[in-house]
Design a protein around this ligand. Structure first.
Ligand SMILES: CC(C)(COP(=O)(O)OP(=O)(O)OC[C@H]1O[C@@H](n2cnc3c(N)ncnc32)[C@H](O)[C@@H]1OP(=O)(O)O)[C@@H](O)C(=O)NCCC(=O)NCCS
Length: 338
């Protein structure tokens, strides 16, 4: 029986940093409000006058992941790209990304599960490797949010939260017999509840308008910007994340104390603190990056892996749990022997 192991990790943040104070005038917000409610101090955004888009950030992160994994791009059997900020409506961003990486012919799959997209992508890759279909798969989470946010006071509840960035992992196949000594994905656990789809979404443009959707009046509204019922997202996140973490631990007959490091999605520091408190996980076992990068949606977890490695907090042999919650609603967790 095959299992998936992490061969290499990489991440990329665009160079322009926007501190909370830079948003104060633009959005009628304050550094104090943002830090108190979310833990965010700054975020990285692409140059707003450039043509840089999601697949470009994905390429930068993937090159580093490939370099760290010591494999050549031509050895890849598949690429999976998770994003909620696609380059174009169609085709999928994974196709643009695949062309830029210059790996023609192999399957290129988009995952559109937003904040949970990276774990969904990891799970899909893991299934292909477990069945022996593919041996090496690149999974990327990448976002350019900054060009799609309402940066006026009307959009401040969402606008201050999001950053641009990308993270990638290269997965490789290993034999089950080697597992005791090698890193591998123990399990992945995926969930969704579409009745909450409108709690965090971009409403327009939509095919649900009669006639040509571009004839709609939507362009006069702000409905093409993300909208969020922040309180409801918060309530569901602090319920679903502990639930799916316990599900993942139970599946592997582990308890919270046996986990060396928790690398959660970075939506809000208060969510992660609340989750840790509920599960009696010491805060020092939770690795957060939200203060520096904000919410980079599908990219937060692979960026977290990379940053934790660089900080010396994530080392081979460790047991790691990742969990995410977001738009859809979707939520997921994974347990990894690093
Ligand atoms: C967004 C969030 C931080 C807002 O915090 P909150 O405590 O719920 O704040 P509220 O929405 O109740 O707003 C409180 C006040 O702050 C104001 N406010 C909202 N955004 C603001 C901002 N960026 N700056 C300053 N004031 C702001 C509101 O207008 C409101 O003012 P009022 O009391 O005069 O009406 C919080 O709901 C949250 O983190 N939710 C989850 C978000 C999330 O995880 N999203 C991504 C999912 S993956």
């Amino acid at each position: 029986m095959k299992r998936s192991k992490i061969l290499g990790v990489g991440s990329y943040l665009p160079s322009q940093i926007w501190k909370n104070s830079d948003l104060e005038k633009m959005m009628d917000t304050s550094d104090e409000w943002i830090q108190q409610r979310t833990g965010i101090r700054q975020r990285h955004w692409v140059d707003q006058n450039s043509s840089v888009c999601t697949s470009d950030l994905a390429i930068e992160a993937s090159k580093k992941a490939l370099e760290n994994s010591k494999i050549k791009k031509d050895e890849l059997d598949m690429v999976i790209l998770a994003t909620l900020s696609p380059d174009h409506e169609f085709p999928g961003t994974a196709c643009f990304f695949q062309a830029k990486l210059n790996v023609p012919g192999i399957p290129a799959l988009d995952v559109r599960q937003q904040c949970t997209g990276f774990i969904y992508g990891l799970s899909i890759a893991d299934q292909f490797i477990r069945t022996g279909t593919y041996q090496k798969i690149l999974v990327v989470g990448a976002e350019v949010h900054s060009k799609g946010l309402n940066k006026t006071p009307e959009g401040r509840d969402v606008g201050v939260l999001f950053g641009d960035g990308a993270g990638a992992v290269v997965l490789g196949s290993c034999e089950k017999s080697e597992l005791s000594s090698m890193s591998h994905i123990l399990s992945t656990h995926l969930h969704a509840d579409g009745q909450f789809a409108r709690e965090l979404w971009v409403q327009e443009p939509s095919m649900n308008h009669p006639g040509d959707r571009m004839d709609s009046e939507y362009i006069k509204t702000a409905n093409f910007y993300p909208q969020m019922n922040g309180k409801n997202v918060f309530i569901h996140a602090v319920r679903r994340m502990p639930e799916v973490i316990l599900e993942a631990l139970s599946k592997n007959e582990l308890n919270t104390n046996q986990i060396d490091l928790y690398i959660f999605h970075q939506a809000n520091l208060r969510i992660n603190e609340r989750v840790a408190k509920q599960l009696e996980i010491p805060q020092e076992k939770v690795f957060n990056t939200i203060d520096r990068f904000g919410n980079t949606t599908a990219a937060t977890i692979p960026i977290g892996f990379d940053e934790a490695i660089k900080a010396g907090k994530l080392k081979p042999g460790m047991l790691v749990v990742s969990a995410a919650f977001g738009s859809g609603f979707t939520w997921a967790a994974t347990v990894i022997r690093w």
